[in-house]
Every structure is written in C-alpha cells, then in structure tokens.
Design a protein around this ligand. Structure first.
Ligand code: S3P
Length: 437
C-alpha cells in the first residue's frame, strides 16, 4: 500500500479495442505448478508460466530452499526434490507483494523439518495471516507472528502435523489451499468445508500431480501423501488479467476483440455472469481442457451496459475482478450496488477505498459501504488517481482512461508487474493510448 510516486501511467481518451490478444499466464495456476513441481518426484515442465513478480518470488524462495528451477521464459523446468527434500534457507524468505505465495507456503513450510521465517513488502506485511495460522496450529504446527496477526511469520519445523476437519470461516482459496498443502503431510485425512465456492486450482492440480483430492458436497478431503509425481502443466492466460480487456471492449464503442486461450474455470469466471447481467456482449469459443483446467477464447463486442444489483452469490468467484467490474458499472446506465464483498478491504490495498478514491478523483459519484459500494453511471471527467500500489487498481483506471473526457494519470503503478508484465505494451497493441509519464 505504498503511496510513493515511483512511475505513472498516462491514458489519453480514445482508441478502440480490437484484434486477437493473449494476456500472460494465470498467476494462481503458475504459483501452484511451481509449488507442487518443487515437492514432486522428477522434473515438471510448466508452459505459459506467468513471468510476474509474484510468481518469480515463489520461484526464488524454492531456489533458496535448494530446488533447481530453469526459467526459459516460455518453459520453466522444476527439478522436484520430493515431499521431504526442501532445505532450510539461511535468512528470511521474502514473498514480496504476494499473498498467495505466503499463505500457501505457510501451510507447506509448517510440515518441514526445519525452521522458516516469512516476510514480504510493505503491503503484505499488513495483511491478515491469522486465518491460516490458527487452523494450522490446530494441526499441531508451531507458528509465531506479530500481535496483529501479520508477518513476519516464524515457523518451527520438525513437528508431526495431524489432520483436521475444518470449516472455512472466510471464503478464501488461499486458506483452503494452505490447508490442502499441509494436509499432504498430516497424519490421516484432512477435510475442509467451504460453504462459499472458491477457486479450485489446487484441487485440480493435485490430481494432475497424481494425488487427487475428493469432493463430497461442500467438503474437500485430502489424504497424507507418499509422493507427488512430476508432470507437464500448461498454464492458461489469466482470466483476472483478461478482465481488464473484457471491460475495455465492453465500454469502448466499436470494440470487437478476441482474448485467446483464457482460463474459464467456473470457480473463477462469475465476472462473465455479472457482465452479462449488465448487458455485455460476450461469447466463449473453442472451449477445451488443458492440464485439468477449462480454457476458451473470449469474444467481446461493445454494448450499452445497465447498472445492476450484483448478486451476492457471484461475489466470491469474481473477487479479483471487482476493480474492473466497478469501472464497467461506472460506465453503465443507472445505479450499481455491490455488497458481500468485505474481502476486498484486505487485498493488495483496501480495494473498496482505493476504487472510491479513484472515482472521486475522476468525477464519478460513488459511496463506499462496509462490504461494497453504490455508484451511479456517468462520464469519467479525467484526473489523477492513486493506485495505492495495487496492480489491479492501476489497470482498472487505465481502462477508464479510454472513455474519459480528459486524460487520466495513475500514480504508483510499479506493482502492475506483479501480475501483468507487459501490460502497457499489450494495452497499446489492443488500442489503448497509454504511456509511462
Ligand atoms: C488466490 C485467491 C484469492 C485471490 C488471490 C489469488 C489464490 O484470494 O484474491 O488473488 O491463488 O488462491 P483469497 O483466497 O484470499 O480470497
């Protein structure tokens, strides 16, 4: 949540989104492919890996723990060391801005024979970690953190984890995945109840690495593992990165674009339903499965959007897309109401506040609530937006710049590289007038 002014985007009004574009690889899937590849037997090949700062932070941490990773941009090779083959790193493991890395790795590292210390950047050091620490402690893990429940986390290794039956108190795939990774090592069968559906990439990928979980209604179970088997993982384009172009093409008149090879896992894609309820023109083509994940090409044409009351049951499965969705809502006719989205307050920034600040700065009438927002569709007037060091806030307001009366300047955009390296180049290619200032 740094507010220092590292570099900024300038977006000039105009442009049309057209052509066929491919956004970078899925962040969630890239993290998981590295993690499971590192503790599998044999060499895992990852194609389409996201070369973003977050996933590279995960790769670096595994290298520091003795895993050989060959990164040739398009193809990443991970020489698995087996479930018990990681080594202690002499020093703290730095996860940068990445909540997914640190939360999943807290589960994995709780089961190792050595001690670990986990840290991150200014934003990550303020994010809630008790959600993973508390259930891991009931599994027998020895974990310390600050009195506020934040990093640094200190894990004492060498304990035998025990399985648990646990109902997730928050809709969090990071928490679920953390416990599944710990469950690989825990005596017995770990069972997790999720009353709200969250992304299931870990479950799918465990199957691809030959250690399937089972699902019975809302309960996901994992048995202690003997081993995971290395495999090939083909990572689809990231739906959450595609979201910015889905919104841009929907709101900029005359747009017509195809986003290629995008992951459309049903536990990730409710933004499509929300956009369709608003009147967006979106079609999926060439639906297929790749490494256990549904993939399709997404065809979007511009359309007149209507404000809606966003159904709460669609919120968790669209959680990362709200910065983009709220820009669409600001361009829609009438009022949009979002509720049931309190988790937005504990993302890379407080995304309800960051979006509100951005709307106020660019001339959109909006009101924040504890767990959402109410806003009126209108014209963006232009202005200076602070991204609060949050990649998705920066990219969302870049999209708004295309339909703004005057230019939009966005401060503190360095963290766009955490999830979307090459955003400026790809956005220009697609038709946005964006430059660094
Ligand atoms: C993620 C889960 C989500 C999401 C994050 C990535 C994952 O977080 O916001 O960007 O890869 O498991 P929560 O599980 O905290 O909702």
């Amino acid at each position: 949540m740094s507010s220092s002014n590292h570099s900024r985007f300038q977006i000039k009004p105009g442009g049309v989104i057209t052509g066929r574009i491919t956004v970078p690889g899925d962040k969630s899937i890239s993290h998981r492919a590295l993690m499971l590849g590192a503790i599998a037997e044999g060499e895992t090949t990852i194609k389409g890996f996201l070369q973003g700062e977050d996933t590279l932070a995960t790769a670096k941490v595994f290298q520091q723990m003795g895993v050989a990773i060959e990164n040739n941009e398009d193809v990443v090779k991970v020489k698995g060391v087996g479930l018990r083959g990681l080594n202690a790193h002499d020093g703290a493991l730095d996860f940068g801005n990445s909540g997914t890395s640190v939360r999943l790795m807290t589960g994995l590292l709780s089961a190792q024979s050595f001690n670990s210390e986990l840290i991150g950047d200014e934003s990550l050091m303020t994010r809630p970690m008790l959600r993973v620490i508390e259930p891991l402690r009931t599994m027998n893990a020895e974990i310390a953190c600050t009195d506020n429940g934040t990093l640094p986390i200190k894990i004492s290794g060498g304990v035998a984890l025990q399985c648990i039956d646990y109902e997730l108190p928050v809709a969090s795939a990071q928490l679920k995945s953390c416990l599944l990774l710990a469950g690989l090592y825990a005596e017995g069968t770990t069972s997790i109840v999720e009353n709200t559906l969250t992304r299931d990439h870990t479950e799918r990928m465990l199957g691809v690495f030959s250690h399937p979980t089972t699902r019975n209604g809302n309960t996901i179970s994992i048995k202690k593992a003997d081993k995971l088997m290395a495999t090939e993982v083909i990572v689809p384009a990231d739906f959450s990165s595609a979201a910015f172009f889905i919104v841009a093409a929907s709101i900029v008149p005359g747009s017509d674009v195809i986003l290629e090879n995008v992951g459309v896992n049903p536990t990730r894609n409710s933004m499509l339903k929300i956009m369709e309820l608003m009147g967006a023109d979106i079609e999926l083509h060439n639906a297929r499965e790749q490494s256990g994940e549904p993939v399709a090409d997404i065809h979007i044409k511009s359309s007149d959007l209507q404000g809606i009351d966003i159904p709460e049951e669609l919120v968790a499965v669209a959680i990362d897309e709200f910065p983009a969705i709220l820009i669409a809502a600001a361009c829609a006719k009438g009022t949009t109401r979002l509720s049931g989205a309190a988790e937005l307050r504990v993302k890379e920034s407080d995304r309800i506040q960051s979006m509100l600040d951005g709307f106020i700065a660019t001339g959109i009438q909006a009101e924040a609530t504890e767990d959402g927002m109410i806003l009126e569709g209108d014209d963006f007037k232009g202005g200076v937006v602070d991204s609060h060091g949050d990649h998705r806030i920066a990219m969302a307001f870049a999209v708004a710049g295309m339909v703004s009366k005057e230019s939009i300047l966005i401060n503190d955009v360095e963290n766009v590289a955490t999830s979307f390296p090459g955003f400026v180049e790809l956005a220009n290619k697609a038709g946005m007038n964006i430059s660094y200032e």
